[in-house]
Design a protein around this ligand. Structure first.
Ligand SMILES: Cc1cc2nc3c(=O)[nH]c(=O)nc-3n(C[C@H](O)[C@H](O)[C@H](O)COP(=O)(O)OP(=O)(O)OC[C@H]3O[C@@H](n4cnc5c(N)ncnc54)[C@H](O)[C@@H]3O)c2cc1C
Length: 315
């Protein structure tokens, strides 16, 4: 299906035009940003510069990841609470099932609620040995993300986002079973799915069509990863089952020692990916920021997502 016919079929659609800002039909999309908790005071100081800079773009929410096996538990909590206390941003805390009992997780959730945190990104998490190793639920813990969503809803009426996989979760029995699992997470009380990163827009659109056919009506927000380090991307993709199209490797070919050009290429590819998605009726984007602001600000600018002063000057 072409971009044009998909746009016609999409529930909400943008205008197709050659003008990248015009594509957004006057209404800028909504965005959210994902950070990881900093390890050192220096990294924390840098993250806070990034958060302050991105705050001006008025994201719908910002989320903070939870290290594998709960390894960043305290740092995640501290970052989420600081965002709540020191910014106007709506923080969302990632929480996983791995290596914790239901009681421990419920306690964490209650602490969040009492601290004014109302949004959780609920995940199963990877087994301690990585995705390649067998997953065994913690005895007395929540087994899968759907169980965690149901448990969190019993604790309090959180807004809950869950993960979705346009290319199917690597350990899933089948793509149909994986889609049933997504539906189970939403039926348990989640109100949004955020996708694993992907680069082939058609993959996402086919997945969205399948989800729609399965009766899923909540937003399936594409997770956008601007790529500046291609070698690192290859390692990350191998771990999570996201494919890298051949054309992408070609775009980065010969740029190993040229970080400035890699950044320009990264911004341009991610902006084009978002433009195509928006032209196909996508109005929300979740950015994996990797705790950096420059590229995200540039891509958002191209999408028409701007700080109020910049937006007023354009108008
Ligand atoms: C947006 C996003 C954010 C993430 N943030 C983090 C993070 O902060 N920290 C972190 O550690 N990881 C994070 N991850 C990675 C995630 O934890 C892994 O991908 C993990 O392997 C699966 O988590 P899930 O919530 O999708 O699991 P689930 O939805 O529980 O699914 C996991 C697998 O089990 C299968 N399955 C589900 N239910 C059953 C069942 N009853 N019986 C048999 N099989 C079943 C599913 O098909 C799938 O293959 C994130 C991923 C995404 C996309």
């Amino acid at each position: 299906m072409s971009d044009k016919s998909r746009a016609a079929a999409a529930p909400q659609r943008g205008l197709l035009s050659a003008d990248p800002v015009g594509d957004f039909d006057g209404a800028a999309p909504r965005v959210s940003f994902e950070f990881f908790p900093p390890k050192t005071p220096e990294m924390e100081a840098r993250l806070w510069e990034v958060i302050k800079r991105l705050e001006s773009l008025a994201p719908r929410f910002v989320s903070v990841t939870y290290g594998a096996g709960g390894s960043t538990r305290e740092r995640t909590h501290a970052t989420v609470r600081r965002i709540r206390n020191e910014t106007a941003l709506e923080p969302a805390a990632h929480l996983t099932c791995v290596a914790a009992s239901c009681e421990e997780i419920d306690r964490v959730a209650r602490d969040y609620w009492e601290a004014g945190i109302r949004h959780i990104v609920a995940l199963r998490g990877d087994p301690p040995g990585g995705l390649g190793s067998d997953y065994a639920p913690h005895p007395g813990g929540y087994a899968y993300a759907a169980d965690l969503v149901a448990g969190l809803k019993r604790v309090a009426d959180f807004e809950i986002s869950v993960a979705a996989y346009p290319e199917t979760h690597p350990a899933a029995r089948s793509s149909d079973h994986d889609l049933d699992n997504l539906k189970a997470k939403l039926d348990a009380g989640a109100s949004r799915a955020i996708t694993q990163f992907f680069f082939d827009v058609d993959l996402y659109l086919r997945f969205r069509d399948r989800a729609h056919d399965a009766g899923i009506r909540v937003p399936i927000v594409p997770g956008i990863l601007p790529v500046t380090n291609f070698a690192q991307l290859k390692r990350m993709s191998a771990g999570c089952g996201a494919s890298i199209p051949g054309w992408m490797a070609a775009h980065f070919d010969g740029l190993d020692d040229d970080p400035d050009t890699r950044r320009l290429v990264a911004a341009s590819l991610a902006a084009e990916q978002c433009r195509r998605l928006h032209a196909n009726g996508v109005h929300e984007f979740h950015f994996y920021t990797l705790n950096r602001a420059d590229l995200i600000v540039a891509i958002c600018h191209l999408l028409g997502v701007r700080a109020p002063r910049a937006a007023a000057a354009t108008a």
